[in-house]
Ligand binder design. Sequence first.
Ligand code: FES
Ligand code: FES
Length: 157
Amino acid sequence: MARIELTVDGAKVSDDVEPRMLLVQYLREKVGKTGTVIGCDTSNCGACTVHLDGQSVKSCNVLAVQADGGEVTTIEGLAQDGELHPMQAAFHECHALQCGFCTPGMIMQAVDLLKENPDPSEEEVRLGIEGNLCRCTGYHNIVKAVRTAAGSGGGAA
Ligand code: FES
Ligand code: FES
């Protein structure tokens, strides 16, 4: 077992974990952050995406011990003071989900994308979320939501 200490959605957490435990398992099973989901076992789908020290990562691709000392934000830490994050609001407004399974990871990836590129073109959005799979929507409304959140007028179409 290894002792880890990190911050998850603004709260300090500390636990003994197996060195082989994945960050996504740690978040779900030890911290109770079940908003972060597991959609595959091949590091393909991106449903498990969170931010680690300000960068999006697939949390099934990171060991919990690798996050030791770090700061993790999950989908559950995005809303502030009861207000949805603008990306969450845009997904809602643009109906950018059906079953919602991919949505937590998609939103976390999209927030990171806009940090890098505050006004992405449609193509740049599609490239930016290429590591996140949605089995339902065909991506049209997801792209629209990301561009709406960016305030680029992409939601107007
Ligand atoms: S669960 Fe992490 S990429 Fe699919
Ligand atoms: S909304 Fe169902 S997988 Fe994306």
